[in-house]
Write a protein that binds this ligand. Structure first.
Ligand SMILES: Cc1cc2nc3c(=O)[nH]c(=O)nc-3n(C[C@H](O)[C@H](O)[C@H](O)COP(=O)(O)OP(=O)(O)OC[C@H]3O[C@@H](n4cnc5c(N)ncnc54)[C@H](O)[C@@H]3O)c2cc1C
Length: 414
């Protein structure tokens, strides 16, 4: 810790001592954090932040934790929507949405993927047409995590089909609670239902709720995806022992509700933390094959940690999110798959069992059916490899015959 960082931490501690009152509502407490700039210290002054370097800002989150006070709201809102409003949103959009996102008064989901457009996101077909002071949106989204409870959606829709696909897309702030939006939950193979289909039928978006310029949505989408690759499956620190008072009661209730779609996320990461204890408990710790596979898992885990540390240092130096997000994402897929492999070796056929008699009460089975998700969500492994090939290694671009055609002439539906 530098001397400067030490004095910033001390200032935050003094501020918490003077301002924390457990009987405030959660929104009131987060409002104080936001207005003092301690909610998101790396964000600009006046926008819930203090314009501190990103590395310092991130480490101050730990200070809130140590002081035993709730932090700002977590999730798609603070992780994706607010940062992109800061970088690409109008002053008016920032004013309306950033503070209530940080205080948790409003929640968000991401409406990008469609049945025919996931990896080829720029091929999306949901249309938005201007109608006076509104845009009217018609189409279908899918895989939309948390859409069943979100207040707003970060929506990509096509506003001009006469230009090539990357140029006719616009990014909108879509109000989710309206007649033109129907959300239907989907059941996954691990039994959870965190994704939804979202059907849009003449859904209305006020004309001023465009992020960036109409037709400029691809640039905005890339900024959101870069944040997404960096965003850890953020899990807030546990509440301190003896957390009492209104603010904590509301924070714990919010966490329980917000955690619902994500409660299988630790399992999709493969639970490498369980591996050694499981090998010992099942008498496999001396099995040379199991040992070798555990060693490989540790090797992947440590190298990924060092890559993440390099990325954190880059952020602290003020560099924007870059291709290291793709490296980290690929690494987490490799770790999850390897951990699932080791769990299978240890558990054998019993790893397929669920219920109370199953290994770890069914957690091993949940790991095995949840791990595939990590190499799909936020861009598949193959797409990350293309990004690394093109942007880091400088290989020629992947051929795409539809890239320069007007979107309306691109063959679709095959
Ligand atoms: C846990 C989870 C949460 C998600 N949450 C959201 C969300 O909140 N909002 C949202 O909008 N989306 C969300 N998604 C969707 C996710 O972004 C897409 O699933 C992903 O981008 C892949 O798109 P797709 O499913 O259409 O697969 P496809 O694009 O159809 O890909 C199918 C297969 O083909 C391969 N492939 C495709 N194109 C290429 C290529 N050019 N080169 C090599 N291989 C290729 C892919 O790698 C993949 O293996 C989520 C997904 C998961 C698993």
């Amino acid at each position: 810790m530098t001397e400067d960082e030490g004095s910033i931490r001390a200032e935050l501690r003094r501020w918490i001592d003077a301002n924390w009152d457990p009987e405030l509502s959660l929104v009131q407490w987060r409002g104080r954090l936001a207005d003092a700039g301690w909610a998101c210290p790396a964000w600009p002054t006046g926008w819930c932040g203090r314009s501190l370097p990103p590395g310092v800002g991130e480490s101050l989150a730990g200070e809130l934790e140590q002081a035993g006070v709730p932090g700002p709201a977590e999730g798609v809102g603070r992780g994706l929507a607010a940062p992109v409003l800061l970088s690409h949103g109008s002053e008016e959009l920032r004013r309306r949405f950033i503070r209530p996102t940080v205080t948790g008064e409003i929640t968000w989901c991401q409406l990008f993927s469609e049945p025919g457009a996931g990896s080829d996101l720029a091929g999306l077909g949901t249309r938005a047409e201007r109608d006076g002071e509104l845009w009217r949106v018609t189409g279908q989204k899918v895989w939309s995590t948390g859409a069943a409870t979100a207040d707003y959606g970060l929506l990509l829709a096509r506003t001009d089909a006469s230009v090539p696909k990357h140029r006719g897309i616009t990014c909108f702030v879509l109000p989710m609670r309206q007649a033109g939006v129907e959300v239907r939950p989907l059941r996954q193979m691990n039994g959870h239902a965190s994704f939804n289909e979202v059907f849009l039928d003449q859904a209305e978006v006020p004309a001023d709720q465009v992020i960036g310029d109409p037709g400029g949505g691809w640039t905005v989408a890339l900024a959101i995806l870069a944040h997404e690759r960096r965003l850890q499956a953020s899990r807030p620190a546990p509440a301190p022992a003896g957390a009492t008072g209104r603010a904590w009661r509301e924070a714990l209730a919010e966490r329980t509700a917000a955690a619902e779609p994500h409660k299988w996320y630790p399992q999709r990461a493969g639970r490498p933390d369980l591996v050694i204890a499981r090998a010992v408990a099942e008498g496999k710790a001396r099995d040379p094959v199991v040992r070798q596979e555990i060693a490989r898992l540790m090797e992947l885990t440590y190298t990924a940690r060092w890559t993440a540390a390099r990325a954190a240092a880059a952020r602290a130096a003020g560099r924007p999110p870059g291709p290291e997000g793709s490296l980290g994402k690929l690494a987490s897929s490799a770790i999850a798959r390897q951990a699932a492999r080791v769990h299978s070796l240890i558990a054998g056929a019993s790893g397929m069992l669920t219920g109370s008699g199953a290994p770890l009460g069914g957690t091993i089975a949940e790991i095995l059916v949840s791990v595939p998700a990590i190499s799909i969500a936020g861009g598949t492994d193959e797409i990350q490899r293309t990004i690394i090939g093109e942007r880091i290694l400088g290989l020629p671009r992947e051929p795409d015959p539809s890239r320069d055609l007007p979107f309306r002439d691109v063959p679709r539906g095959g």
